[in-house]
Design a protein around this ligand. Structure first.
Ligand code: HEC
Length: 115
């Protein structure tokens, strides 16, 4: 194999690795866009803090399995979101967005609450 071909093959392999890595990692940025676009924010608040119509979801959402099972199949007050309207990768990104929200400070670290 010539050196040129060798370098070409190595570059191609590197590109493939980068592509797969990106596809597997859930994106909180995209999750935020989808969360706003499909209307989760309307009931659960823009950062998942909860509201009058929906419970708090962030910063510690249900584990992904339970989260996705709920969103796909719920038949209570919340409408179910099935795959044709919300893809699995977009749902995983929403989960990443909720997980990425900052946690509230521990009350023990706030002097006023410890007097
Ligand atoms: C019309 C209001 C509404 C919208 C829109 C909505 N939800 Fe909900 N959601 C609720 C309500 C109300 C509940 C409480 C359970 C119930 O009664 O269905 C809930 C519960 C949940 C739960 C279960 C929380 C728990 O701790 O048990 C998850 C997860 C969830 N919603 C995620 C989502 C996601 C993700 C979206 C957007 C794709 C969304 N919801 C859109 C109203 C809504």
């Amino acid at each position: 194999m010539s050196n040129v071909v060798r370098v070409g093959v190595a570059a191609l392999a590197a590109c493939l690795l980068i592509e797969t890595g990106a596809a597997l990692a859930a994106s909180a940025d995209n999750g935020k866009k989808v969360y706003m676009a499909v209307g989760c924010w309307g009931c659960h608040g823009t950062v998942g803090q909860g509201g009058v119509t929906g419970p708090k979801l962030a910063p510690e959402p249900l584990p992904y399995e339970a989260f996705s099972a709920f969103v796909r199949t719920t038949n209570r007050a919340m409408p179910p979101y099935r795959e044709p309207v919300l893809s699995n990768s977009d749902l995983a990104d929403i989960h990443a967005y909720l997980e990425a929200q900052p946690k509230a400070a521990d009350h023990k670290t706030i002097p006023l609450l410890n007097q």
